[in-house]
Ligand binder design. Structure first.
Ligand code: GAP
Length: 463
């Protein structure tokens, strides 16, 4: 598939038309950078979460799960550095008052603005490139001075009266802070020993300045993060191991390897020992999908300092006491969703000159696994038999019953949403008990006895 605006527009309209992603509050004109998953999107997102959980928690006996709250003590965000330094450079177009992210504007003309740059340095770049920069809305190159804009989303939780609890509370800006502050709880309540990991999937919120690139950059999004706590001497080996594991994860997920690449961070934050991103070739170019970071002992040390609690580990064999180093893998569910959708979306020319849109999703990610059709909807005996098959299969798989339109149209509908198998019940079925199973990708059809359907699909889906 070509990487261009047309492709992106196609995916956005496809996602809405087929119930994968809707703009939030659309009947009220939408709400910037916030989206809802529709019925099929909800299934796809659930399957992505399940795949990540299986690969990270179920298959690693030294990783345990966590579900921490979205709200945390405001001290957490002070300790983590988010209150002081979690910001993007914001400027306003003096002509039409559109707010822009200066680093993104510069990036669009090939000028790299480093995350660590001061306001002054960013403004120098802004001035130097003034003539080349254009407001995305009105085209003007007249921008206000850039100011640091904090991305944390504030709330008034607990502020019941005007003079009680004046301290702002925040919706979490990343899920990993909930992991760091529960490090001791997990250590004390389970049998984990360093090296061990804590994994969590959950919502995060950021006041992103510009809403763009569909669900790539949302203000409310979901992260799937894992923090591995290791001995300082083992940190870099563990880091390399996880880099490899995370690359393999995407291949196992069915993402085409040519659409993935590594990007090493040019400038590390002062505490980081290494940081690489896995980038995916989105329709708007290669962009960050996942970050893999060696974070040293920064997180536990900061929370120990701000909370006054010891966040250390005592090796039960040697008695050595140390602050574990953290190796983090962090990926957005929404970005994974967009990568999976982009990778799977195919417009195919068929031999008969017609074309079809197919989502070539791996079976485990497909929202609907099996669609069941009676050949005709006005033949009660066919409908009853198809219902019988559907009612049995739905106990194990997400299935859809469809009796609307001709079978060819039903195939196309299921191809579009990525359903790997369709079953048709016809008059032969009533006599022989044999149904037609049609494969989404090859479009080949096979006769299978109803009695054999459970084992037929078990072999396919339980691989
Ligand atoms: N704990 C580390 C951390 O949060 P990050 O690079 O800011 O690092 C990690 O975010 C991942 O979260 C990104 O690689 C991306 O997949 C996802 N992510 C970050 N901001 C996002 C946003 N505004 N919308 C959707 N996904 C986002």
């Amino acid at each position: 598939m070509t990487n261009d605006i047309d492709t992106m527009n196609k995916i956005v309209s496809f996602a809405k038309r087929r119930g994968f992603v809707f703009p939030s509050s659309e009947i009220y004109g939408g709400f910037g950078a916030v989206y809802d998953f529709g019925p099929y999107g909800t299934e796809l997102a659930k399957n992505i979460r399940e795949f990540w959980w299986k690969k990270m928690v179920q298959e690693n006996d030294n990783i345990v799960g966590l579900d921490s709250s979205i709200f945390m003590s405001p001290k957490v965000w002070e300790a983590s550095g988010h209150v002081g330094g979690f910001s993007d450079p914001l400027s306003e177009c003096k002509q039409c008052h559109t707010r822009v992210r200066v680093d993104h504007l510069l990036e669009d003309i090939g000028v790299f603005a480093d995350e660590k740059m001061t306001e002054g340095e960013i403004n120098e770049l802004l001035l130097e490139n003034k003539e080349k920069l254009r407001c995305p809305k009105c085209g003007s190159s007249n921008f206000s001075e850039a100011k640091s804009f904090n991305l944390l989303v504030q709330s008034n939780l607990g502020n019941f009266t005007s003079d009680w609890n004046k301290e702002p509370t925040y919706l979490r800006g990343e899920t990993c802070q909930g992991i760091y502050v529960n490090f001791k709880n997990v250590l004390d309540s389970t049998r984990v020993k360093v090296p061990f990991g804590i994994a969590q999937i959950g919502k995060a919120f950021r006041n992103e300045i510009t809403a763009r690139q569909f669900i790539f950059r949302k203000r409310e999004f979901e992260q799937m993060e894992m923090q591995m706590f290791v001995h300082p001497d083992d940190a870099m080996d563990t880091y390399e191991k996880w880099r490899e594991k995370r690359w393999q994860y995407y291949l196992e997920m069915g993402i085409k390897e040519e659409n993935l690449k590594w990007h090493e961070h040019e400038n590390l934050v002062f505490y980081a020992k290494a940081a690489w991103d896995i980038e995916y070739k989105f329709p708007f170019g290669f962009k960050e999908l996942e970050g893999i970071h060696a974070r040293g002992d920064y997180d536990l040390t900061q929370h120990a300092k701000y909370s006054g609690k010891k966040l250390e580990y005592r090796n039960p064999q040697t008695g050595e006491v140390f602050v574990p180093h953290v190796v983090e893998t962090s990926v957005g569910l929404d970005r994974t969703f967009l990568a999976v959708l982009t990778d799977a979306y195919v417009e195919e020319k068929l031999e008969d000159g017609k074309s079809r849109t197919v989502l070539k999703l791996p079976a485990n990610l497909a929202p609907i696994k099996i669609a069941v059709f009676p050949l005709m909807k006005n033949k009660p005996e066919l409908v009853a038999k198809a219902r019988e098959v559907f009612d049995e299969l739905k106990m194990k798989y997400m299935c859809e019953f469809d009796d609307n339109g001709n079978v060819g149209k039903r195939y196309r509908r299921q191809d579009e949403i990525g359903t790997p198998y369709c079953i048709t019940i016809d008059f032969d079925t009533l006599e022989t008990g044999v149904v037609t199973v049609r494969d989404r990708d090859t479009m080949e059809q096979e006769k299978v006895n109803i009695k054999e359907l459970p084992s037929y699909f078990r072999d396919i889906f339980d691989k």
